[in-house]
Design a protein around this ligand. Structure first.
Ligand code: FAD
Length: 288
């Protein structure tokens, strides 16, 4: 009979030591990806290292610098936090798209990122708002931009003994907001065919002074699209600028062709969702 150890470290240091000592050990947070993969034989870990007992991984703290979100905080707690919904509505709406109420009670944003699916919903939303990933490992802590975390489908920068401790999201300034949209072939419980996250800032006259555009499910990893952002900056986020952003996002996409959508369809939808997400983000920014 296959036996798998279950470990529940109480500190970051203890978790690093457990992961470093056993290459086959896997971090488990909500388990909504990992247990499905394990049951279908895709993964055979020697141990599950449950990180939900580590206080640093379960914190939500918001101050003048922004949000610190423990990597194992349940999605439901993130979405139910009224300050997160107000300050980062795009991240909140991406979080609320994960699975169902039951799934969101367990699933985490850390797990969504570390599972490293190209279609993960919160990843483009986090990239758009400039989130940073804080990683602990045998040589201490390091921090990098979320857009640099995933390196391919199911692959990321985490090395032996390393795991994700938290996400840091800078506090938005005045007239800054974000939005996330995705397309799925059914009304719920499906993975994105395309996802688009946009964050932008307007000046007092309504001109866009900064923007970040990220697209998901249309390349091996979620992508930051600087050309789409450039189409918005300097404009009043009018129809011409939105069309420019859409065109740039479609051009950056390199999707696969499968039963859920052709390459041409996914490219087209990438532009449409980028344009709509940018318009929503601009509307929200005008109200802030
Ligand atoms: C029915 C269903 C519907 C779903 N719908 C969606 C959806 O609409 N959108 C979407 O994006 N996803 C969806 N998912 C996928 C899944 O729920 C999410 O990816 C979720 O965010 C994963 O989080 P978790 O905490 O459960 O991760 P886990 O399953 O615990 O872990 C996932 C992977 O990340 C690693 N990991 C987790 N936390 C860390 C950490 N802190 N440091 C290092 N490695 C870590 C694990 O070792 C594992 O490899 C769905 C899943 C199910 C079962």
């Amino acid at each position: 009979m296959l036996s798998i150890r279950y470990e529940a470290p109480a500190s970051v240091g203890e978790a690093v030591a457990l992961l470093d000592a056993d290459e086959g050990a896997k971090v488990i947070a909500g388990g909504t990806d990992l247990l499905v993969q394990y049951r279908s034989g895709l993964r055979e870990p020697t141990a599950f290292v449950d990180v939900k007992r580590i206080p640093d991984l379960m914190e939500i703290s918001i101050d003048a610098d922004g949000l610190v979100l423990g990597a194992a905080t349940p999605a439901a707690e993130v979405f139910e936090n009224t300050e997160i919904r107000q300050l980062w509505p795009g991240v909140a709406e991406a979080t609320d798209l994960i699975g169902s109420t039951q799934i969101q009670g367990r699933a985490t944003l850390g797990g969504n990122l570390c599972n490293s699916s190209p279609a993960a919903d919160t990843v483009p939303a986090l990239i758009a708002v400039g989130a940073q990933a804080v990683i602990a490992g045998p040589s201490g802590e390091r921090e990098l931009a979320v857009e640099d975390f995933v390196t391919g489908p199911g692959q990321n920068v985490l090395g032996r003994g390393e795991f994700l401790v938290k996400l840091r999201v800078p506090r938005p300034g005045p007239r800054t907001s974000d939005a996330y949209l995705r397309l799925i072939p059914r009304t719920e419980m499906d993975i994105a065919v395309v996802g688009a996250g946009v964050a932008l800032t307007l000046d007092e006259g309504g001109t866009c002074t900064a923007a970040r555009v990220a697209i998901g499910a249309v390349a091996p990893t979620a992508l930051l699209v600087p050309d789409a952002a450039a189409a918005l900056v300097g404009s009043s986020v009018d129809d011409a600028a939105l069309a420019g952003a859409a065109q740039a996002a479609s051009a950056a996409a390199s999707p696969i062709d499968d039963k859920r959508g052709t390459v041409a369809y996914r490219r087209k939808v990438t532009g449409v969702l980028t344009q709509r997400a940018a318009a929503i983000a601009a509307e929200r920014a005008r109200e802030r």
